[in-house]
Design a binder for this molecule. Structure first.
Ligand SMILES: [Fe+2]
Length: 257
């Protein structure tokens, strides 16, 4: 992945913004027990949080840079019910822009694509004809909603020569294991050419804590202090495409991810 800015809007919604319908039901039941709410109240609260999180609740990202191309990504939530993995919500035209400056006074590429429930309202665009080893800014637009601005960089193109690059890497990012403050630190730097994620960007585990003294029990990793604070959605080991869409969205709902 190339350099990203922390682009998800900060909110206290946390995992509630990206739960699946199944997760809403389970989470609703848990919330009802904890706060004296009915499951219907809890579902309404989740819907309210999601709608406040907005059309671009999961931020933007870029990656796969070459000397002349870069891949851009985002997810659109066209209506509050179009939660990740739901298969719900209308199709939308999506405009993307790449600029030389953060204020988008000098837009160098602009295009249009579309997304729908069939691809979980994700957007992937390969932008070409860019200049080598150049920093760019990018954003998306759906109707009147504009995404956060991302920052990216193309790779050098100097065949036969060596080129010093400054890289950062991350790995083993377990939502239930702690917070993603390392991402925040990486994004705050402006001297990096590339950010590599070496793998385990998401984890497949469920939320069942191990029983002390029972080998092989539980499928949750991380400190007990984070049970109920940083829980996986869906709450079971992910197996289906829907599970993966929900889990990926949960991770992307973290403002630092
Ligand atoms: Fe790992």
């Amino acid at each position: 992945m190339s350099v990203q800015t922390p682009t998800s809007p900060a909110t206290d919604a946390g995992s509630a913004r990206s739960v699946s319908r199944r997760g809403v039901l389970l989470g609703g039941a848990a919330a009802a027990g904890a706060a004296g709410l009915t499951p219907a109240d809890a579902r309404a609260a989740v819907g309210d949080l999601l709608s406040r999180a907005g059309v671009f609740a999961f931020g933007v990202a870029s990656g796969d840079p070459t000397a002349t191309e870069v891949l851009l990504w985002t997810r659109v939530t066209p209506v509050p019910s179009a939660v990740p993995g739901s298969g719900r919500g209308p199709a939308r035209d999506v405009v993307w822009e790449v600029a030389a400056d953060e204020g988008f006074r000098e837009v160098v590429r602009r295009g249009r694509t579309w997304t729908s429930a069939e691809r979980d309202h994700t957007v992937k665009v390969v932008v070409s004809d860019l200049q080598p080893y150049t920093e760019y800014f990018y954003r998306f637009r759906v109707r009147r909603d504009v995404s956060p601005v991302g920052r990216t960089r193309t790779s050098p193109d100097e065949p036969g020569t060596t080129h010093a690059l400054r890289l950062a890497f991350a790995s083993c990012s377990n939502y239930t294991g702690g917070y993603f403050t390392a991402y925040r630190g990486i994004a705050a730097r402006d001297d990096l050419d590339l950010v590599l994620h070496l793998g385990d960007y998401v984890y497949e585990y469920g939320n069942e804590p191990a029983v002390p003294g029972v080998p092989g029990s539980g499928d949750r990793y991380g400190p007990r202090e984070l049970v109920g604070v940083r829980d996986h959605q869906p709450p079971v080991e992910m197996v289906t495409l829907e599970d993966y869409r929900v889990r990926h969205a949960l991770y992307k709902s973290d403002p630092d991810a």
